[in-house]
Design a protein around this ligand. Sequence first.
Ligand code: UT7
Length: 335
Amino acid sequence: MNTVYSSIKGLGFYVPDNIVTNDDLTQYMDTSDAWIQERTGIKQRRYFTYGKDTNASMGAAASRMALDRAGLEPSAVDLIVYATITPDYYFPGSAFLMQRELGLEGIGVIDIRNQCSGFVYALSIADQFIKTGMYKTVLVVGSEIQSSFLNKSNEGRGVAVIFGDGAGAAVLQATTDPEHRILSTHLHADGRYAEDLYVRDPGSSREGQWISEATLADGQYNVTMNGNTVFKHAVVRFMEVINESLTANGYQPEDLSLLVPHQANIRISGYVQQQMNLPDEKVFNNIQQYGNTTAASIPIALTEAFEQGRIKPGDLVCLAAFGSGFTWASALIKW
Ligand code: UT7
C-alpha cells in the first residue's frame, strides 16, 4: 500500500477594504509613521467594516478562493480546521459559522486557539488526519478581527499599532506523491509566559459574573503585551523551530527556497534572515501592508508569495510562527 501524505492544492486570502495607515492612527494616539515603520516595518493594516465583515465571512471568502484555485467545489471538503483568537461568538467558534456560510452542514469542524501559531497548528492537525486516511480533503483557515480588541488610545499604542484584520486559507488533499507534500510539522508551547501576551477578560475564573463592572473598569479585555519579552523569545524560537524542521528532513538553511515567517515584526524576520544567512528573495514579508494578522498572517503571506511566483513546484518552503502562549511551530513543505 502506498503511503499517504498531504499536499497544498489551493490558497486564498481576504482582507477588508478599510485601509488604516500609520498616519490615520495618529488621530487616536500619540504615535508617528516614522516610529511605527522603524520599530515594526508596518506602513498600513486593514480594519474590518462593521455590518459587512465578520470573522467567519472573511474565512469563507478566503476559503472560496482557495477551493476555486484547487479546482474544487466546497462539497469536496471533509473537515474544516479553523484557527482564530478573535471569534465572532465566545462559543460556538467561527468554524461553525463559516461551515454554515459555505453550505457544508454535517462535516466535522475544529476550532483552534493557538494565537500566532494557530495556522501552523491547524495545518499540522489537517496533515495528521489526511495521513491516517481518515479524510481526503481538509480546509485549513486562519481568520482574525483584531481591531475591536485593541486599545487605540495612548495607553494601548505599544500594542495597537502592530495588529490588523484579515483571513487566509489552504486546501489540503491526500497524495501518494512523495515529491510534492508536507514533509513535517513541529509544534511547541510554553505556558509559563501566558500573561506576557494575552487578553484576560472575559474569563471564567472570576468572582461573581465573568463580565462585571469591575472587569469593565479594569480594561483587561484589550490585548496586553510585554513587547520586549515577546521579541526576545521570538527571535530564538523562530530560529530553533526552522532549524528543527530542516534537520528532521536532512536539509540545511541554504536548501530553503522560501521562508514564510509569521508576520510579527520586520525586525524579527530580519534578524532570523541574517542569522540564517538567507538572501532577501528567500524570505517573504508583507507586514508592511497588513500588519500582524495573527493566525491569518501565514496563509495571507503564503498566498501572496504564490501569486507573485515566489513558489514553484519542487521548492522547499518553510512556514514558521511564534506568538502568545508562548507558542511556536513550523511546517516544511516540498511544493
Ligand atoms: O505576533 C507575535 C507577538 N508579537 C510580537 O512578536 C511583538 C514583539 N514585540 C515588538 O515587536 C516590539 O516590542 C514592539 C514593536 C511592540 C515595540 O517596540 P520596542 O522597540 O520594543 O519599543 P518599546 O516598547 O521598548 O518602546 C520604546 C519607546 C517607549 O518610550 P520611552 O519609554 O523610550 O520614552 C514607548 O513609550 O517607544 C514608545 N512607544 C511608542 N512611541 C510611538 C511605544 N509604542 C509607541 C507608538 N508610537 N506606537
